[in-house]
Structures are given as structure tokens and as C-alpha cells.
Design a protein around this ligand. Structure first.
Ligand code: ZN
Length: 165
């Protein structure tokens, strides 16, 4: 190749468009030094420029992903707070429900259980449904360990008084 010009250096540059009127242009110049040939140097330049370009291209993607991640973390934290509030609400409702059940059970007990009360002259009383008690009779008070008088027989639901039960 006698008539061919001697290539002393090689320029290589590439432009990468981001699609939104933005682009990045990266170029480099390398000297051709023996034993490297022009082709070798061009390959090296291309490799270097391409690597730099992909770094530039991935930068906004990384920034975008970081921003997205930050937003996601914010969303997760928000949801976690909402969940905590919900759990507290459920706990409160459960307590409320427990109290309702307790009240319900109590009134059920009053309705279904013995609700007629035999009140004794000593101040003690006991509940029973069907027994042989009469106002004024003598009855055994287990609490006093003594015989006392039946003072009143009362229906605890209606408040009605009986002479006999
Ligand atoms: Zn008593």
C-alpha cells in the first residue's frame, strides 16, 4: 500500500438519542501506535465509546428507578400505617363486640336462667324457678347458717312480687 495515506490517529463518536429531543454524543480520538493497526484502534475506540454511551443511557433509567422505588417505599409505608390503623380499629371493634356478647349473654341468662328471687329477712337472697317458698315462711339461709324469714319473692325481670313461688 505505497500510495495510501498514513493514518496517524482515529476519531470515533456516536450519538445516542433518548427519544424526547435529548441526546448524548460521545467521541474519542486515539493515536495509531505500532503494533496496533488502524482497525485495532477503531475496534478499541468503538468499544470504549459504546461503553460510555450505555453508561450515559442507563443513568436516567437508574435515576428513574430510584425515584420509583422511593415512591413505592412511601406507598408501602403509607399502607403499613393504614393497616396499623385498621388493626387498631378491628381491636376496638372486637372489644366492643365482646362487650355486646357479654351483655347479650347476661340478658340471655336473665331470660333463660332463674330470675325469681327469694329475699330473706337477713338481707340475703337466692334465685330459683320452681320451689316451695311462701312469703312469711321460715327458710334456711346458707350464708347466715340460720333460719330466717322469707321477706319477699320478686320477679327480677318484671319487678312483680309474689306471695308464693
Ligand atoms: Zn342470711
Amino acid at each position: 500500500m505505497i500510495n495510501m495515506a498514513i493514518i496517524k490517529e482515529i476519531h470515533f463518536s456516536r450519538t445516542k438519542s433518548f427519544g424526547d429531543y435529548e441526546n448524548v454524543r460521545i467521541g474519542a480520538v486515539a493515536e495509531v501506535v505500532y503494533p496496533k493497526t488502524e482497525d485495532n484502534v477503531l475496534v478499541d475506540l468503538k468499544e470504549w465509546v459504546d461503553a460510555k454511551i450505555s453508561e450515559e443511557v442507563s443513568k436516567p433509567v437508574v435515576e428513574m428507578k430510584t425515584e420509583e422505588l422511593k415512591q413505592l417505599e412511601g406507598y408501602v409505608a403509607e399502607r403499613r400505617e393504614a393497616l396499623k390503623a385498621l388493626e387498631a380499629e378491628i381491636k376496638a371493634k372486637r372489644g366492643e363486640l365482646d362487650r355486646c356478647i357479654e351483655v347479650g349473654m347476661r340478658s340471655l341468662f336473665v331470660t333463660l336462667g332463674p330470675y325469681k328471687e327469694v329475699r330473706l329477712s337477713c338481707g340475703h337472697s337466692f334465685r330459683c324457678e320452681f320451689s316451695q317458698h311462701e312469703k312469711g315462711q321460715t327458710a334456711w339461709c346458707a350464708k347466715c347458717g340460720n333460719y330466717v324469714e322469707v321477706a319477699k319473692i320478686v320477679d327480677t325481670v318484671t319487678g312483680k312480687e309474689y306471695d308464693k313461688l
